[in-house]
Design a protein around this ligand. Structure first.
Ligand code: NDP
Ligand code: KPL
Length: 306
């Protein structure tokens, strides 16, 4: 049985662990002890309890199981590097990593740092935690996987075949960088505003916020052009980016976005992984980013109070 280690036993980590556990050896690794009896509530069914092999990093270091074929990193973006460091001594440096983070922070850093293959996954699966022993698979989505330098296409095929067999629809792609930046554009337009104003995604249609959404997208579209990222859905320019963002807002109208959930529970947001690369790119290309900088500053101020 192929062995998968999943580093970060949060919403995505547990969803992955539950899904893979019937067809692969799964070890779910966290910083603190969690129950081995774990419940998953699927989108269309009753909760199911499973016994998962959940261990802490200290237990792993004290008594490492057989080396894994894959290490999935499912922490938030800013924790990915530290999480990898915490297990780096007990895995071979040629072990393939699969990064599940939003944004574009962990992916380029770990691709540069890690000697082995680094695949990036971008997913529209939706999941949230219900305490230490439960995860709700809130909505089925699709996962795209590939590596930033297009050197590991065959490995991406292996990973997506495993995910698909596990019930998580997935496709291997050769344009993962563009896909990560497109997701980043959507996250930048929605997440900071809903987090700062404590509203559900659909409320961004209200007159109080719609102009601010458009102001963010205007800056983002100019940055994407400068960064050479293809406009979405075969379109071009600002209109294509606006159409994408409003479409996601429409489809996720009832969602409490991840950044709002972080703010409500006083956890650091992924602003550094979402707004950070956009602001850095704007500065590099001499493109305006006052609106993005303003949102980043407001979020930083909010986080300082946590
Ligand atoms: N949830 C979703 O629906 C989606 C999430 N994503 C992306 O996936 C990533 C993960 O998100 P999500 O699962 O929601 O986040 P969660 O906050 O639910 O999970 C993160 C997990 O990482 C753990 N962790 C933090 N540091 C370490 C470490 N050093 N070693 C081991 N574990 C660690 C945390 O543990 P602790 O409890 O100790 O803090 C927590 O269990 C994010 O980048 C997110 O943007 C993408 C699409 C959808
Ligand atoms: C697309 C969006 C904004 C949906 O809620 C999301 O990915 C998130 O919550 O982080």
């Amino acid at each position: 049985m192929t062995s998968h280690w999943i580093l970060g036993p949060g919403a995505i980590g547990r969803l992955l662990a539950h899904s893979l556990s019937s067809l692969a050896g799964v070890t779910l690794i966290g910083r603190r002890t969690l129950p081995e009896q774990q419940t998953i509530t699927p989108p269309e069914g009753e909760p199911r309890i499973k016994h998962l092999n959940v261990i802490t990093t200290s237990q792993l270091l004290a008594n490492a199981p057989a080396p894994p074929a894959f290490v999935h990193i499912t922490t938030k973006a800013m924790a990915a590097e530290a999480a990898l460091e915490s297990v780096a001594d007990v895995i071979s440096s040629t072990t393939p990593l699969v990064l599940w983070q939003n944004g574009f922070l962990a992916q380029p850093r770990l691709t540069e740092l890690w000697p082995g293959p680094v695949l990036c996954a971008t997913t529209t699966e939706g999941a949230y935690l219900t305490g230490d022993d439960g995860v709700v698979h809130a909505g089925r989505g699709h996962t795209f996987a590939g590596d930033l330098n297009n050197r590991h296409g065959e490995l991406a095929q292996v990973v997506v075949a495993t995910l698909t067999q596990a019930g998580l629809a997935a496709t291997a792609v050769d344009d993962i960088r563009s896909r990560l930046w497109q997701k980043l554009a959507v996250n930048a337009a929605i997440n900071p505003l809903v987090a700062l104003h404590g509203v559900r995604n659909g409320e961004l249609h209200d007159a109080a916020y719609a102009g601010r959404v458009e102001a963010v997208v205007e800056e983002v579209a100019a940055i994407m052009l400068a960064e050479g990222i293809q406009a979405p859905n075969g379109g071009s320019g600002l209109d294509a980016w606006l159409a994408l963002v409003w479409d996601v807002i429409e489809k996720t109208a009832n969602n409490k976005a991840s950044m709002l959930q972080d703010v409500e529970t006083k956890r650091l947001t992924e602003r550094g992984a979402i707004l950070g690369p956009l602001i850095e790119s704007a500065e590099r290309h001499g493109v305006g980013c006052e609106v993005l900088r303003g949102l980043d500053g407001e979020l930083a101020e909010l986080e300082a109070g946590f």
